[in-house]
Design a protein around this ligand. Structure first.
Ligand code: ZN
Ligand code: ZN
Length: 454
């Protein structure tokens, strides 16, 4: 996961701990009459007794970070751990991946959990974080935590086999940071080897530990580089000014509005947790453009972000039509999105959560662990970030959760890619419990029980 406007996201999320209680109107409804109630109790007990060992695993991986494509040691550890649990284990699909297959006592649905395992080229200076044994490589995106949680879920669910109708796949994915791993795995036949009907993942975020959140559809704004090319003339400066002005007018958010105020993002009335959020339908344009002239061609480069694909996809054609009509129409060559912008390839797409599964799973966790454990978001975070989990979502419906890892009282802020990234390790415990319970509920849902509930 990457982020471009770290400070924006960071300070807005800080207020979530104060606002989260206000976001939730419904009261906790304990999962009643559920035949799985005992399983959830068993999951909680097993997680509590496993917790310290998972923290040790996380710290070990933390001290031995491996960059994308180099996750040899990490994957060997995962392979051994899953084998010891008695799972069927497959490795090496599209790189240093490991897949654990947990078959329930009875046949049924097949679902998958994805954890990413690679580190990034940043040294970790986070408070309370043990230094990595390699300079300039660190788990500043929390994939060490994701790995520990994935192993923890596999461990507690391996003990519940007789209550599982179906199969749960644990996908430990390498090379998330360079957005190559998921695609490499798919291209190497992942979905010939396993055939999940649903897929889930969680990413550490600056929300407080103990809280998870998601929403149907997009979570993050789409973010694209737009290129506008003209025949170069002596009027280049005027053309560039004209184009910048016209592109900037696409922004539908006033420069002095609350949209830009960080604290608004988690404001109970206008923030992303409120159905009437102001972060719902927006287009923003970066102030700074780049202007280049090469071989008689004038190229103006800008950056646009938008809350939905429809708005952002329509923009090049809209601009083309507008410029054709203008006095520079005869000089216009093309208007197009740069397809290979690092991290923002059109092919990879955006995280796009399945509506039904997302609402269902948030409810499941909130019902079992209380309303402060899982909340639904309504707004789009105006931040160009992504995760190549989107490649999996293109093939299998599922949900990408944000998982809180901060503890503001202790000064622990789990801001991915920050040099000061640090994490409240208690999120490993809550993560294992929430997602193990969620997976066991999902895998045991028959088509009948789903349609009855709806
Ligand atoms: Zn990440
Ligand atoms: Zn990352």
């Amino acid at each position: 996961m990457k982020n471009l406007k770290t400070s924006h996201y960071s300070s807005m999320i800080k207020s979530i701990c104060f606002a989260s209680c206000l976001l939730i109107c419904n009261t906790a409804v304990q999962a009643q009459n559920s035949e799985l109630q005992n399983v959830h109790t068993a999951i909680q007990l097993a997680t509590d007794s496993l917790y310290e060992s998972l923290v040790e695993i996380r710290r070990d991986i933390h001290q031995h970070p491996e960059l994308s494509g180099e996750e040899k040691r990490t994957s060997e550890f995962i392979y051994q751990y899953l084998s010891n649990l008695g799972l069927e284990v497959k490795a090496g699909i599209g790189g240093y991946s490991v897949i654990g297959v947990l078959k329930g006592k009875q046949p049924g649905k097949k679902i998958a959990w994805r954890a990413d395992i690679d580190a990034i080229p940043i040294h970790n200076h986070g408070a309370g974080e043990a230094a990595a044994k390699k300079d300039e490589i660190g788990h500043n995106c929390g994939h060490d935590v994701h790995t520990a949680i994935g192993l923890g879920i596999a461990n507690v669910l391996a003990k519940q086999k007789e209550h599982i109708k179906g199969t749960i796949y644990f996908i430990f994915q390498p090379s998330e940071e360079n957005y190559k791993g998921a695609k490499l795995m798919i291209d190497d036949g992942l979905f010939n080897v396993i055939s999940p009907e649903e897929i889930y993942a969680a990413h550490i975020s600056p929300m407080p530990a103990g809280l998870i959140a998601s929403k149907p559809g997009y979570l993050f704004a789409d973010y694209k580089q737009i290129n506008l090319t003209f025949k170069a003339t002596e009027d280049n400066n005027e053309i560039a000014d004209f184009v910048k002005k016209r592109v900037s007018e696409l922004q539908n958010v006033a420069a002095d509005s609350k949209f830009w105020d960080n604290s608004s993002l988690m404001d109970p009335n206008i923030g992303i947790g409120n159905p009437n959020t102001i972060f719902k339908d927006f287009v923003t344009v970066q102030k700074h453009f780049k202007v280049e002239e090469n071989d008689g061609e004038l190229k103006i480069i800008g950056f646009i972000s938008a809350s939905n694909e429809e708005s952002i996809s329509a923009i090049p054609d809209q601009l083309k039509a507008a410029f054709k009509e203008s006095k520079y129409g005869h000089l216009l060559k093309d208007v197009y999105y740069h397809s290979n912008m690092i991290g923002y390839s059109t092919e990879r797409g955006n995280i796009d959560n399945d509506e039904q599964l997302t609402l269902q799973t948030i409810n499941t966790v909130a019902n079992i662990y209380g309303p402060a454990s899982a909340i639904q978001l309504y707004g789009i975070i105006p931040d160009g970030r992504g995760d190549d989990f989107s490649y999996f979502q293109q093939q299998v419906p599922g949900t990408y959760f944000l998982m809180g890892g901060s503890n503001f009282e202790k000064g622990i802020i789990a801001m991915p890619h920050s040099p000061d990234f640090s994490v409240d390790e208690s999120c490993i415990k809550s993560g294992v419990k929430y997602f193990a319970s969620m997976l066991v509920e999902q895998v045991n849902k028959t088509d009948e029980s789903v349609s009855l509930k709806d």
